[in-house]
Design a protein around this ligand. Structure first.
Ligand code: CA
Length: 409
């Protein structure tokens, strides 16, 4: 084929390609197909993990939801195995990832388009669709068709899912550039769903990520997945007051872990991928070390302050004890003095008591003497009175006798 003829064919194919995208081929009610190849493969390609083929798509309107991909190729049926499909945003951030059984979409040794439905992956700009054949010896092989006899639109790439990056533009060594035969089906998204990261907090055991899901529809599912070293691991998602929270554990300074958060509504799937890299972890580790150092310094300072305070308290206590001892001595002296005084007082009291007893005795004696004296005196008085009375009687009697005698005379 001459170069002029090839150029004409190329131009014709290019026009057809432009028509195929600009006329917006409609599927069913409303879904459209976007494709950049001529529909006929010129060779087939497969590769081992982690390498894949990607096509960059420009949606017809925004936001756009990808409802399915179409993949041209065939399989060689052996032991059943899977291939991986990813949707990545314009910055090649992962927004959807899933694996599919090869034999469920292809027939053995039969070249055809396979349709793989996706859960309404919503995009808001150019996006990449990546397919990883995951070639493995002895297992079912997936071979993807590549068109390279039409206009090379420069939308195909050689990619690495382990690193999550574009290795380079599609340019297979022995055949050159081409259009990898991947199409997408989609439609303008009527629902709006977005995942917004609120905070990432490093902890001793990993990173805690808080995020919100914004949507005009009911959110039916929210998942989080940690991807490191080509291994994906589900992370538990909990909801606290309208905010979702998940945790990525097992972080190592040398690792780069990616966290993919996927939110689904009935009509859309939105996702976001954040990278929690070794730098993040190293920064965190450094901050933590610094924090520990400061904490230790503060603790030491606190300890010194505590010791000082304790010493002050001890000193104060010692002063108080000294004061108490001094007071005790004073009180002891006073007490001894008081005891001595008490003894003296006691002695004085005893003496006084003795004197009092003597006085009492003397008083009693005096009383007895007085009473005896009074009694004697009374007795004497009685005796005297008696005598006087007797004498008087006798005198009276004599007088009477004398009188009688005188009368008689
Ligand atoms: Ca072709």
């Amino acid at each position: 084929m001459s170069s002029t003829k090839m150029a004409k064919i190329g131009s014709l194919v290019a026009i057809l390609l432009v028509l195929s995208t600009s006329l917006l081929p409609c599927l069913g009610d409303s879904d459209y197909v976007i494709s950049y190849d001529d529909g006929e493969s010129d060779y087939y390609w497969a590769d081992f993990h982690p390498f894949g083929a990607a096509v960059k798509f420009t949606p017809l309107t925004l936001p756009w939801k990808v409802t399915a991909i179409r993949l041209y190729g065939f399989m060689i049926d052996r032991e059943k195995t899977q291939f991986i499909v990813e949707i990545r945003d314009s910055d090649f951030n992962l927004i959807y990832k899933s694996s599919f059984m090869i034999n469920e979409y292809f027939n053995n040794a039969t070249v055809d388009w396979a349709r793989i439905p996706l859960p309404n992956v919503t995009v808001d700009g150019d996006f990449y669709t990546c397919v990883y054949p995951m070639l493995e010896i002895g297992k079912t092989e997936l071979w993807i068709g590549v068109d390279n006899d039409s206009s090379i639109v420069g939308r195909s790439y050689f990619v690495d899912c382990y690193e999550g990056k574009i290795v380079n533009g599609w340019n297979v060594s022995h055949v050159g550039p081409g259009n990898v035969m991947i199409k997408v089906e989609g439609i303008q998204a009527v629902s709006f769903t977005q995942v917004k990261i609120k905070s990432i907090i490093a902890t001793k055991d990993g990173a805690g990520v808080d995020f919100r899901v914004l949507s005009n529809e009911e959110i039916v599912d929210v998942k989080a997945m940690a991807l490191h070293n080509g291994i994906s691991e589900n992370c538990e998602v909990i909801q606290v007051n309208g905010t979702y929270r998940t945790r990525v554990g097992g972080l190592k300074p040398a690792w780069t872990t990616k966290l993919m958060i996927i939110a689904k509504t009935l009509n859309s799937t939105a996702s976001i991928t954040i990278e929690i890299s070794g730098d993040f972890w190293s920064d965190y580790s450094k901050l933590r070390e610094e924090n520990d150092r400061l904490k230790s310094a503060v603790n030491n300072a606190t300890l010194e302050l505590e010791l000082k305070r304790f010493e002050d308290i001890i000193e104060q206590k010692n002063l108080i004890i000294a004061d108490l001892k001094s007071s005790f001595r004073i009180y002891e002296e006073r007490w001894l003095e008081t005891i001595t005084n008490a003894k003296q007082l006691n002695e004085t009291t005893k003496n006084l008591k003795r004197e009092l007893d003597d006085l009492n005795l003397q008083l009693n004696v005096f009383k007895i003497a007085t009473v005896s004296f009074a009694a004697i005196m009374l007795l004497l008085a009685v005796v005297v009175l008696k005598r006087r009375s007797s004498n008087s009687t006798r005198i009276q009697y004599r007088k009477t006798v004398d009188t009688k005698r005188k009368v008689k005379r």
